[in-house]
Ligand binder design. Structure first.
Ligand code: ADP
Ligand code: MG
Length: 342
């Protein structure tokens, strides 16, 4: 890798007795769309604030573009942050909001105007220059906040749950737009979210946070298809974990194995026997909760291509057979190490 845009080494942060960040080593490449995914309280925001300089690490270093910035103030770092609550000035027009940072830094009026218009066009808000934030939708306000950060042309943009306040439809639309904007401007994005769909949809790579540590870093496909720990398997998507006597019966080996619901199908016979405990119709797909005779409860997802919902619902309480391909049964390595070590 060339000099990484961001390099975190042995990064830690404690608040009194709480160890919010418990030792993180990470390199993020120039121009990458990188997501930090994890449940609430797993340390994502604290890492972001240490990159931005709002928080001083208890131990470890932050380097930006190869330069150690650990002791530098936020304004001495070539990064900008976009927060969930936008923090726009309500009395200023959109254009004034976007120009504000440049004005503070005494950029000449003409250049200020040109750069602000350029930033507004990159977030597709031409024609909104005179609007006040109060007269805009949530998605539009979010884009103003983005323009206000982009206008500074930072090397790195930090985004802390920026779509969290939007409703689902708008959020999905903004996910696609944000990814396009990032590709256009070529800036390194570090995107914090607790929403696994969002992280998988937008990112070049994802770091999955678990209790102040990174459990796994990889492409969306890697963390979904090859989860490194049971936590990752359970947090990124729905997972069926086969352990103990169940894995011995079904996989033929000891250990912990993960199989995704969409990799399992209901078959007429010849597969693994079980009983349907629950049928959940969800439009394009139906989810079946099945109690295997071998002892585990698994979730199966079937596309609703041919079947009618009535026929599916009738399966509740009925015996079924499940089938999957052996290559879709993923051994979870660190769980195996834990079992071996115990
Ligand atoms: P996330 O963004 O993943 O939800 P945070 O980084 O905000 O997680 O928080 C990680 C942990 O650190 C939590 O237990 C949180 O309560 C604690 N924490 C964060 N900031 C502070 C603070 N300023 N003072 C005390 N505890 C904090
Ligand atoms: Mg947070």
């Amino acid at each position: 890798m060339d000099t990484p845009a961001i390099k975190l080494s042995g990064l830690r942060k404690s608040f009194g007795a709480v160890e919010a960040v418990a030792g993180i080593d990470l390199e993020i490449a120039d121009g990458e769309f990188f997501s930090m995914l994890g449940p609430s309280g797993s340390g994502k925001t604290t890492v972001l604030r240490m990159i931005a300089g709002f928080e001083t690490p208890t131990a470890g270093t932050v380097a930006l573009g190869g330069r150690d910035v650990t002791r530098l103030a936020p304004f001495e770092r070539d990064v900008n942050t976009v927060f969930q609550d936008y923090a726009l000035f309500p009395h200023m027009s959109v254009l004034e909001n976007v120009e504000y940072g440049l004005k503070v830094r005494k950029v000449a009026r003409k250049e200020r105007r040109a750069r602000a218009l350029d930033a507004l066009s990159s977030v597709r808000l031409e024609g909104f220059e005179a609007r006040k934030p109060g007269a805009m939708s949530g998605g539009q306000r979010q884009r103003v906040a983005l323009a206000r950060a982009l206008v500074n042309r930072p090397k790195v943009l930090l985004l802390d749950e920026p779509l969290g306040a939007l409703d689902l439809k708008l959020r999905e639309q903004m996910q696609v737009e944000l990814k396009e904007i990032q590709r256009d401007v070529g800036i390194t994005f570090v995107f914090v979210t607790h929403d696994q769909d969002e992280a998988l949809t937008m990112s070049d790579r994802v770091a999955v946070f678990d209790d102040g540590r990174i459990a796994q870093v990889g492409t969306p496909e890697e963390v979904y298809e090859q989860p490194a720990t049971p936590f990752v398997a359970g947090f990124v998507g729905t997972s069926n974990l086969l352990t103990g006597s169940v894995s011995e019966a079904l996989v033929g080996k000891k250990g912990t194995y993960s199989i995704r619901p969409e990799k399992i199908s209901l078959v007429a016979d010849g597969g693994v026997p079980g009983t349907v405990a629950e049928v959940i119709y969800a439009g394009p797909v139906t989810r079946f909760v099945v109690d295997l005779d071998a002892g585990a409860r698994v979730t199966v997802v079937e596309q609703n291509q041919r079947t009618s919902s009535a026929a599916l619902t009738e399966l509740r309480g009925k015996p079924v057979h499940l089938s999957w391909r052996s290559e879709h049964v993923i051994e979870i390595p660190s769980a195996k190490e834990n079992i071996d070590a115990a």
